[in-house]
Design a protein around this ligand. Structure first.
Ligand code: GLA
Length: 386
């Protein structure tokens, strides 16, 4: 099998006519638990996956940035002095947004040289596995190095988030970039999104004979429009009505009072976030004390909460979860922002192929499009490859 790092170097040379200086990569992520909690200052527990964005980069002797990729025919060019959130659009807003955002975090962009970048990726797009954060994080570590900025990884995560929020226009939280930058092999990233304190915690799936199966429904979603921003606004309304800075400050015990203060819909949005934060804490504790075989019911409960209270699931995701639970999964839930994308199922290795067949059959029976299923393992975060 050909190595994507060799391919990206060859593609760089074809596009730009010289050899790149280096190759960097960053992974996509899957969120084990903690959904729509990041922008509420809460807790998340994602891990970086073994699907990566890989880029080759060459430093120029002028002030141009040129980006090319395997997923678009065009080469997009801009002068560093012309970078702004408004100037960027389409796929290039992800990598170029990072170059712009580094300046927002204090990099002296007047003093840095231009670069040429070629990007390729094995992170599926639109599956809820953060192909966008993978591009941002690969770009962030590459530019941090060649521009000699010395930013730490938490800052680079915020840089990627700023690119996504302002250049791409998706009001997303800090989880995806954190997972992509801080992930480690066989471990999850337990992140406090208020303090950005991150703890890397052993998942122990392999030792317990477990696999994590991704069930990509193929239902596409976008967080730049519609539902995602709506849910975020509900959370902000709920926090304001309860007189707290963010929903992180509301506990499960406060929910009885919240029910009296809030309208039914806002209350259910709040209840999802509050109980989900608790489930993240419970998952981390259970994992440490009892191991991964004991976390299944927390994943199941998370799905019910997203389906009924936060209302971000779709019939394809609900079916994937039900079929997983009926075919050997110890726990299953939709993952990511919702309204499409993927579900995850944690299950014994020897049950994987049976579940894949069952999912295909159930989707066909319901007249849904063909899903794509594959296992992922926890991998290391963004790094220089060569
Ligand atoms: C998307 C966003 C994240 C997070 C999740 C929901 O993946 O990019 O910041 O809000 O949705 O948990």
């Amino acid at each position: 099998m050909s190595d994507i790092r060799d391919e990206v170097v060859a593609d760089f040379s074809d596009a730009f006519g010289y050899e790149p200086q280096g190759v960097w990569s960053a992974p996509g992520r899957v969120n084990l638990i903690g959904e729509h909690t990041d922008y509420n200052d809460g807790f998340v527990f994602p891990f970086a996956i073994n699907r990566r964005t890989v880029l080759a980069l060459g430093v120029r002797d002028d002030r141009r940035i040129r980006v090319a990729s395997s997923f678009a025919d065009e080469v997009v060019e801009i002068d560093i002095d012309d970078l702004s959130a408004e100037a960027l659009e389409g796929w290039s807003a992800y990598p170029l947004g990072v170059a712009w955002a580094l300046g927002e975090f204090g990099a002296d962009l007047a003093a840095v040289p231009g670069v040429d970048v070629f990007i390729d990726s094995t992170v599926p797009v639109g599956a809820g596995l953060s192909s966008s954060a993978a591009i941002e994080s690969a770009m962030a570590v590459a530019l941090d190095e060649v521009w000699q900025l010395g930013f730490d990884r938490s800052t680079l995560a915020r840089v990627g988030q700023r690119a996504e929020n302002d250049a791409v226009g998706a009001p997303t939280g800090i989880m995806d970039q954190s997972a992509s930058l801080l992930g480690q092999k066989d471990a999850g990233v337990f992140l406090d999104c208020r303090t950005l304190d991150a703890e890397v915690i052993d998942l122990g799936f392999q030792a317990a004979g477990l696999e994590l199966l991704i069930i990509d429904t193929g239902v596409s979603h976008s967080h730049a429009t519609g539902g995602y921003a709506d849910r975020r606004a509900s959370c902000e309304r709920g926090a304001a009505a309860l007189g707290v800075e963010s929903l992180r400050d509301v506990t499960v015990d406060d929910l009885a009072r919240a029910r009296e203060v809030l309208d039914d819909e806002t209350f259910r949005r709040v209840r999802h976030v509050v109980t989900e934060n608790q489930r993240v804490l419970d998952t981390v504790r259970t994992l440490r004390e009892e191991g991964p075989l004991a976390i299944g019911s927390l994943l199941d409960e998370s799905h019910v909460s997203m389906r009924d209270d936060f209302e971000i699931s779709v019939p394809e995701l609900d079916l994937a979860v039900e079929v997983a639970q009926a075919n050997g999964a110890i726990g299953a839930r939709m993952t990511g922002g919702g309204f499409g994308g993927a579900a995850i199922a944690l299950l014994p290795t020897d049950a994987v192929s049976r579940l894949q067949v069952a999912i295909d059959g159930a989707f066909a029976e319901h007249g849904f499009g063909q899903p794509v299923t594959f296992t992922v393992s926890a991998s290391e975060g963004a790094k220089r490859e060569r």
